[in-house]
Write a protein that binds this ligand. Structure first.
Ligand code: ADP
Ligand code: ADP
Length: 227
């Protein structure tokens, strides 16, 4: 199994209190790794470090074995990101949003329409492609964001609380889709959530509390140990 993300002794503080306190973990290809923690646990801080929105203070992040600091561009190219706040342009259609993203990132124009269609199909929103994002419900908007995050065929998919504000059926659909994509495309998925019911038996789990990892490992093993 390839190691998509390796975090070693990562700490971060915004002031006297540590938002992340010496955390280490690995996330693997074809594995759905759930990062579970209540508000304030440090999930967003970790995502902001992984996506280089914030600078590392101490510790190391490796992406497929390469130090994120030393090879930031190849690392970034291998990541698809779904942020917590929605970032689609509401007045463009889903397809226009995806095309804009592709242009912005210099993705090859050849076959772009087909690739967009394939992505929308795999997320079961192909019929929404020509509708303005504003007219879509929250679940469909989320799926469009996932389609966009996957457009450059990243090997890692980072999602920061992607189901916040969705109703139960939409949440379940998205959890299921991402599990399916993870297996099918051997993606390294890191899924931050504060909802334990989004985690499945075969997943890897990291429990974060006040900046520290208090448990990690395969879900079925962890639940055995706690019986
Ligand atoms: P989560 O995403 O799990 O809710 P965060 O990473 O947002 O956790 O926050 C971790 C801790 O860092 C919290 O105590 C939070 O208040 C603090 N924190 C986050 N961002 C900032 C900031 N910009 N300035 C100061 N403290 C922050
Ligand atoms: P999240 O679930 O991402 O932690 P929050 O509502 O805690 O959401 O934070 C929203 C934004 O506010 C984030 O960008 C975070 O960095 C910032 N933030 C969180 N806590 C603090 C804080 N104590 N001081 C300043 N900024 C903060």
């Amino acid at each position: 199994m390839d190691t998509g993300i390796e975090v070693n002794n990562l700490s971060y503080d915004y002031g006297p209190k540590k938002a992340l306190d010496d955390i280490s973990f690995s996330a693997f290809s074809g594995k759905f790794t759930a990062l579970l923690g209540p508000n304030g646990a440090g999930k967003s801080t970790l995502y902001h470090l992984l996506t280089r929105i914030m600078k590392l203070q101490s510790g190391q992040i490796r992406i497929f074995g390469n130090d994120l600091k030393k090879s930031p561009l190849s690392a970034m190219a291998s990541m698809g990101i779904v942020f917590q706040q929605q970032t689609l342009d509401l007045d463009l259609t889903v397809r226009q949003n995806l095309k804009y993203f592709a242009a912005l990132h210099g993705l090859p124009a050849q076959d772009l329409e087909n690739r967009i269609t394939e992505r929308l199909k795999s997320l079961d929103i192909e019929d929404r492609g020509d509708e303005k994002v504003r007219t879509l419900n929250g679940g469909h908007r989320r799926r469009a964001e996932i389609a966009r995050a996957l457009l450059h065929n990243p090997r890692i998919l980072l999602l920061d609380e992607p189901t916040v504000g969705l109703d139960v059926p939409s949440r379940k659909a998205i959890v299921d889709y991402v599990h399916m994509l993870c297996r099918k495309e051997k993606l390294t998925v890191l899924w931050a959530t504060h909802l334990v019911d989004e985690v499945m038996q075969e997943d890897d789990l990291i429990i974060l509390h006040q900046g520290k990892i208090c448990a990690q490992g395969n879900v079925s093993k962890l639940s055995e140990e706690h019986k």
